[in-house]
Design a protein around this ligand. Structure first.
Ligand SMILES: [Zn+2]
Length: 147
């Protein structure tokens, strides 16, 4: 992962963007000003609050990074720090994913519970078929979960 992707991933502001063009605005920093695509993107950014904010945040991050990094002798250390932070970031994503999964399973079990007697009476109902399907999925998920 290059430094730019790391910065994008680390900025909550950028992650929460609602505009589908936001991911393109960062190329403004690389494109020659006279390039047609530069003008097109710049025009959009000037009129789009989400993209404008994202770009400004990103530029600030770059400035911060330039202040904190450089000097060849600490480059290895900086590189290691980035790598560490990226792997931490992925661990957090992973945990969130598992948390969401657990919540979904809990809700599903609650649903089955509240169905009670009606649940038994409707063994062939659509809901029951869904539950069978869910059981199969749960089996696969749990198997993966406890491996
Ligand atoms: Zn936009």
């Amino acid at each position: 992962m290059d430094r730019r992707s790391v910065l994008i991933a680390r900025s909550p502001h950028i992650q929460n963007q609602k505009c589908i063009h936001t991911k393109n605005v960062f190329s403004l920093l690389d494109l020659p000003v006279l390039e047609e695509s530069y003008k097109r993107i710049k025009k959009h950014v000037d009129g789009c609050k989400a993209c404008e904010t994202a770009l400004r945040d990103f530029e600030l991050k770059i400035v911060e990074t330039k202040i904190h990094i450089p000097k060849p002798q600490i480059d290895t250390e900086t590189k290691e720090m980035f790598e560490r932070e990226v792997s931490d970031l992925f661990r957090v994503f992973d945990l969130n994913e598992k948390e969401r999964l657990k919540k979904r399973i809990k809700n599903r079990i609650k649903t089955i519970d509240t169905m009670g007697v009606g649940f038994i009476k409707n063994l062939a109902s659509k809901q029951m078929l869904t539950t069978y399907a869910f059981g199969a999925v749960l089996f696969v998920v749990l198997k993966q979960f406890f491996n």
